[in-house]
Design a protein around this ligand. Sequence first.
Ligand code: GCU
Length: 625
Amino acid sequence: MTYFSKVFAGGKLGCRKTFISLVWYAAALPALAQQPLKTLLVGVDHRSVMSLNGDWHYLVDQPPARALYTPAGKVRDNSYALNTHPNINSGPHNDEYDFATAPTLKVPGDWNTQDPTLFRYEGVIWYQRDFDFQPRPNTRTFLHIGAANYKSFVWVNQKRICDHEGGFTPFDCEVTAALKPGTNFVVIAVDSTREVDGIPSVGIDWFNYGGLTRDISLVTLPTQFIDDYDVHLKHEGTFSPSNTNLTGYVHVVGATAGTPVTLRIPEAGVNTTLKTDAEGRAPFDIKASKLDLWSPETPKLYKVELASGEDKLTDDIGFRDIRVDGTRILLNGKAIFLQGANMHAEAPYRTGRAYSDEDVKNIFGFLKDLNANFVRLAHYPHDERMERTADREGIMIWSEIPLWQHISFEKPEVYAKATYMLNEMIRRDRNKASVILWSVSNETPNNPTRTEFLTNLANEARKLDPTRPITSALIGPHAKGNEMVQDDPLANALDVVGQNEYVGWYEGRPEDADNIKWTLPQKPILISEFGAEAKQGVHGGKDERWAEEQQVNVYEHQFVMISKIPQVRGLVPWVLMDFRSPTRNIPKLQDGFNRKGLISEDGKKKLAFTQFQKVYKDHSVGKAE
Ligand code: GCU
């Protein structure tokens, strides 16, 4: 059965479990209903916008008088959000702050690596900047925030605009009514505090960089505008190389039924006019005259021109077919083997949250040098530049929302949050050919509550996007002597199973791997994490911990073990580059970094990098079928 027939056959739950799921899921609805997906503009990076990047003044939250939260936990609107200025020489002493003369932080960018006094600060920072604006009639203006970790509260000209929770996905807030001609100001309070019911929760193995960590801009649109679209190669029952059918939809805000929408893909011979339905949505199912399919070897992108009324935008979209067939992953009908690495959004050389063209260029330089065709963007959506670059350079992506290890799976409001983040991730990147897998979680505890939660979420992802396989990284196979058995029921809800394992580092000695026999689901398996720590520049014997030679030895034995698992379809070592993690504190060896990288945080390659470079060049470990 192909991947689709499995999914449309109602997955693996069966009727009893489906009933329980529906009851459970219904419990989450009220919380979901509280969070309709606010406007989320697709393709902002392909629109002309007014950038608000640059220097923003900042103040560290000062409990209790003016703190963001009242003692009752409510958000104060009459605090620093008012952006008043003290009268130094006279008048009442009640505005003892002044953004205009306060120090500044660069936006985008985490605050931790910009100001040493803020390195370990986890809490609320208030950002403020002025900007000039001239409102135009018959337009709507949105504040676009690429990401802000973790909670954000936005005011413009003293008016409360929007709140957002989630540190790695974009959001758009309408500011039209708050703007005035001339000088305006925006105040954003960002709270980086980790919360038990957050996503992720509190015990993460990466640095909790806080702040306005990605691009910010003002997007001014006609009152009738395109906010969402999906343009993809139609997934028929089986793949046919002659398939040139394109399908999807364009959604137009402010459009009544019958509003025309033009869709042009000149290079593919597409030039058609669609009509919106009563909800402003214009579905389409058209035939291109010819299509060169996207792949790592030929990462072909097409100019896709969308227009409705006064609004138009042109995106760069690749068309390809990705599906599972038995234990194989098929790209454009051909079985593939994924040779990649995990990567945190850590900026090479400078550390801190990665966000810039420079950061992304450095990361892709490493991936290309590694002979990689794949990257797992752990453990959260990275900057959109990563997908754009992967589209251009032909690197396939595993994209993931940060349901990392221990999450409050028993709480419907957490399910609502997870669904919201899933929507934001898929909405932003569904038109990116490089994204071949959506992942719903990493290493979550195997218990019925979590399995129901993530099974529902996986099925939610399929409803949102039936064109991509769904995955998750599992941990906890149980050992029976030399056998490792992975029988986590969550695998039933997945199309591709990620298996994290650390034989030779956390589990046993490296040579134990030679004799381990795995029992894994009969689905495509990615070894989604494996590896060992090594301090770059430390050399010694193959059994000397922290030596680069030791890291190589762990992988040598791992390759022997993995080569015996017939359904493995990808290698994803943990991790491409050393990254900051406050839980890694062995002096002179870790010093606040997780050292499982193939490269150090300052770009120095370890012996294991060369080892993978050769394995990937020779395709000597693993088979596509
Ligand atoms: C886990 C986890 C990673 C973590 C890694 C490690 O598998 O998924 O986020 O950094 O192990 O322990 O280094």
